[in-house]
Design a protein around this ligand. Structure first.
Ligand code: GLU
Length: 382
């Protein structure tokens, strides 16, 4: 099945083709393949490394070498700031060859873990995709210090896959996949094509392999695979230099190592939503209760009462007019805002609140229906 949403992660060693400079030819091929698969109906988000490498290229090695503490965090922040612009320019140029627009999204850990900001990141990425622009994501290295950074783009790409509910995460590296031993040291090492479950043997095989310029080794890739597959995303590690690697991976051709999803996307979202403790509730009218039961979003027009204190991004219970819980969902507005929106049309949200972050109170994708049919007790009372 063709994936609906694909994340392509490109590591520094792939971007530079093992040199100290960005390799435009390699970037051109990646852009072309992304545009190709997009034309066949797959939405693609590109997670790119290489900001710091591009910064070194732009500043010149001699100049960087003269900076005091060239390896210190401030020097890296400076290199990331210079390099990120340079990196984006290069991506914009290569995508431009195929008339494709790109948009830059720089994230830190908080954007992906804090509930409210998580929704912001998801909305931003989805909006960019909806405009047929290719989102190009990197960590915001210029401001991300140790405590607030994800640290490696393997993990970052798995978190992004999680945020947008991606079907496939393709990690392009300078190695063809996961081997039974380090192929650079052990000639008997063989490529593992398919991984059903990540276990201790696999961790041992991943060892401590590292590539020259990038941050991640095989162990950050395995950790990313754990994160991705648990939330229903298939992950593939493949050689970024292999011709047509993206096109083939999307078409289901075996490239590199494929990690099967260990849960479905739906199961994992449900688990996540239900694991949040509800901090409030809303009582809805019969019409809205019916819509929610049949898997549709909850609009403010159907809300009758708002109870409790909750913030945007928190879990709330949805109750029918008799007070029976029918669903739990993640709210797009806080309790005070939700109270102001009672009975209002979605088109009035902006007038009432002064802004609109979503046309619904709870999006269908963020809701788990707990009782899909009116319960027997409800019927008795009717
Ligand atoms: N964000 C870093 C950069 O752009 C790369 C991190 C990684 O390669 O994992 O330079």
């Amino acid at each position: 099945m063709t994936p609906g949403k694909l994340i392509v992660k490109v590591g520094t060693s792939t971007l530079t083709a093992g040199t100290q400079r960005l390799n435009r030819r390699r970037m051109l091929s990646i852009a072309q393949q992304i545009v190709d698969v997009r034309e066949k109906g797959t939405e693609v988000i590109l997670v790119t490394s290489g900001a710091i490498a591009a910064g070194r290229e732009r500043m010149g090695r001699e100049q960087v070498g003269r900076v005091n503490g060239a390896k210190s965090l401030p020097a890296k922040q400076m290199l990331a700031a210079v390099g990120q612009a340079h990196l984006m320019l290069a991506w914009e140029q290569v995508f431009g060859m195929f008339d494709a627009q790109v948009g830059q999204v720089l994230l830190t850990r908080a954007d992906l873990s804090d509930r409210r900001r998580y929704l912001n990141a998801r909305d931003a990425l989805n909006a960019i995709l909806a405009w047929r622009v290719v989102p190009i994501v990197n960590e915001n290295d210029a401001v991300a210090t140790e405590e607030i950074r994800v640290g490696d783009n393997d993990t970052l790409s798995a978190l992004v896959a999680n945020v947008v509910n991606a079907d496939l995460l393709l990690i392009l590296s300078d190695i063809a996949g996961l081997y039974t031993a380090d192929p650079r040291q052990d000639p008997s090492a063989t490529l593992i094509r398919e991984v059903a479950q990540i276990d201790d043997t696999l961790w041992a095989m991943a060892g401590a392999s590292r590539s020259g310029l990038g941050v991640g080794g095989m162990s950050t890739k395995l950790r990313a695979a754990e994160l991705a597959t648990r939330s229903g995303t298939v992950m593939i590690i493949a050689d970024g230099a292999r011709p047509n690697v993206i096109v083939d991976a999307v078409a289901g051709v075996s490239v590199g190592t494929r990690f099967a999803a260990t849960s479905t996307k739906l199961e994992s979202r449900k688990r996540w939503i239900l694991s949040e403790r509800a901090s409030g509730s809303v009582i809805v009218d019969e019409g809205a209760a019916g819509a929610v039961r049949s898997g549709r979003s909850l609009l403010p027009v159907g809300v009758r009462e708002v109870h409790g204190e909750f913030d945007r991004g928190e879990a709330v219970l949805v109750k029918d007019p008799r007070g029976h819980t029918i669903a739990q969902g993640i709210t797009r507005y806080n309790a005070a805002e939700a109270a102001l929106l009672i009975g209002r049309q979605s088109s009035e949200i902006e007038t009432v609140l002064g802004y609109e972050s979503a046309p619904m109170l709870i999006h269908a994708d963020d809701m788990v229906v707990i009782a899909s049919l009116p319960s027997a007790r409800d019927n008795e009372r009717n």
